[in-house]
Design a protein around this ligand. Structure first.
Ligand SMILES: Cc1cc2nc3c(=O)[nH]c(=O)nc-3n(C[C@H](O)[C@H](O)[C@H](O)COP(=O)(O)OP(=O)(O)OC[C@H]3O[C@@H](n4cnc5c(N)ncnc54)[C@H](O)[C@@H]3O)c2cc1C
Length: 451
């Protein structure tokens, strides 16, 4: 039977069910100091922190808090930047120490928030490993480790045994800070904190327009209006739906995650994955693998799909992508090649032309925080709270200044590789390299190539 014969496809996430107490939509008109749009990691973190500062805050969410990528991601809390780190180093060599300080502080901030709010999200401070599946990838992890260490990052290199990662990977580099969690439970915990706070939350309240008038900002939903002195946009990949957004801020891309059926503990132990660290391969388009507290493995990406335009559709994963992920799993974990995939889901992420998260202001009264290039679990949450501090105190922290733009101007769309053809070519090059490396390794070991 094929690994995907019994896969359930969902348009939400495999981590948790939607909440049963979704709040009613906004049907009235009201006034507040700050209106936050989007109840994801960034939006809830911003609203919660504003409330801590005593700022009168309204949070507007199109569906329910946690509906977006926040609940759908792989749950790997990263402490390094997203995107291509060698490219980042080329573009921003002088800024790298500040970027690393921001990304490591972001991971620590989320760990602190989990403790402070008492959120049960199965968090384990395992770090995450840039894991190599070929000698070429091993060389790349060494180069990246050098760059990160020079910029002050806490990383360690090692063999599979030293890093406690499964047999079959060749070694790599661990980001020491950060770890793995159930992101659905984390977002549910943040939502409970918002519900228990003075923040006025309206779910099922999609913002359809934002207009400036008489020194304030009017935010329109399909059946209500909020007037605020200040607005914070935290809608991630959906931000491009409004004309007022800076041009070429980010591009929405669809990525997929899947989860295996439960695996017998002795079979998991036999993998040699003693550190429990999340894994990220060094392909052009990465594969990620991580253990869960329900004795399954969640893994994904490997293919990225572009949006046809706005509005972004609700969608479930493409079965061909899920089948491709299943082939990857059998290849990386040959002893588990018979394990089936029970769930598949995906979500929209925002990718920037700079490879950095973006935050800034549009004419002083509309702030935004978006597009953490697939690393938003730590960074969107942290940047959201820094924006709240800036609004409440008037001071921009050093970490926020690292990415802040007072006059947002962004270069030509995302790099060529992010075009439809570029993405397909990147995938094909990855598969070609896998094939070559598979043949070399199998020739050395004297057994047949897998997948
Ligand atoms: C499959 C997948 C795997 C990933 N893996 C990882 C990982 O392992 N580690 C990591 O760090 N990051 C990962 N990411 C990226 C991470 O999830 C995102 O960077 C992060 O969720 C961004 O947070 P956010 O708050 O900006 O956006 P979101 O969490 O997407 O929240 C945006 C919210 O805005 C709402 N909204 C949109 N439009 C409107 C509107 N008009 N009016 C009102 N509300 C609106 C949406 O409904 C949504 O709730 C992954 C993403 C995906 C999809």
């Amino acid at each position: 039977m094929s690994a995907t014969a019994n896969t359930t496809y969902t348009t939400f996430t495999g981590w948790v069910d939607p909440p049963t107490d979704i709040r009613p939509p906004m049907t009235d008109s009201l006034t507040c100091s700050v209106a936050v749009i989007g109840g994801g990691l960034a939006g809830m973190a911003t609203a919660l922190r504003l409330a801590e500062h005593g700022v009168d805050t309204v949070l507007l969410e199109a569906e329910f808090c946690g509906y977006g990528s926040g609940s759908r991601n792989a749950g790997q809390l990263a402490s390094a930047p997203g995107g291509d780190i060698q490219m980042l180093n080329l573009l921003y060599r002088k800024r790298m120490p500040a970027i690393i300080r921001l990304t490591e502080n972001a991971a620590a901030h989320v760990e602190g928030l989990i403790g402070k709010l008492g959120i049960d999200c199965d968090y384990e401070a395992t770090g995450n490993v840039f894991a190599a599946v070929s000698r070429g990838q091993l060389g790349r992890t060494r180069r990246i480790a050098k760059i990160l260490r020079r910029a002050g990052a806490h990383v360690e290199e090692g063999t599979p045994r030293e890093l406690g990662i499964p047999h079959g990977f060749l070694g790599g580099m661990r980001e020491i800070h950060g770890g793995i969690m159930n992101p659905g439970k984390f977002l549910r915990g943040l939502r409970s904190a918002v519900l228990a706070s003075p923040v006025q939350l309206f779910e099922q309240s999609k913002v359809v327009d934002i207009v400036r008038d008489n020194g304030g900002v009017t935010v329109e939903t399909s059946c209500g209006v909020v007037r605020a002195a200040k607005v914070v946009l935290a809608t991630n990949a959906y931000a491009g739906e409004w004309d007022l957004m800076p041009k070429r801020l980010s591009s929405p891309l669809w990525v997929t995650e899947v989860e295996t059926e439960p695996i017998a503990p002795e079979r998991l132990t036999a993998l040699g994955w003693t550190s429990g660290s999340g894994l990220i391969t060094q392909h052009n388009i990465m594969e990620n693998y991580r253990l869960t507290s329900r004795n399954t493995i969640v893994f994904g990406v490997r293919q990225i799909q572009r949006a046809a335009g706005y509005p972004l559709p609700e969608r479930s994963p493409d079965p061909a992508v899920v089948a491709d992920l299943a082939r990857a799993f059998a290849r990386r974990f040959p002893p588990l090649a018979d394990v089936g995939i029970t769930r598949a889901w995906g979500g929209w992420i925002g990718i920037t032309s700079t490879w950095l998260p973006v935050a800034g202001t549009i004419e002083g009264d509309i702030d935004y925080s978006l597009a953490c290039n697939g690393h938003g679990l730590a960074q969107a949450t942290y940047v959201g709270s820094l924006i709240a501090d800036r609004i409440a105190t008037g001071t921009t922290s050093d970490d926020l200044r690292t990415i802040w733009a007072d006059e947002p101007k962004f270069g030509r769309a995302v790099p060529m590789i992010m075009g439809r053809l570029g993405l397909r070519a990147a995938w094909a090059v990855d598969r070609f390299n896998d094939m070559i490396n598979g043949s070399k390794r199998n020739a050395r070991k004297g057994f047949a190539a897998v997948g």
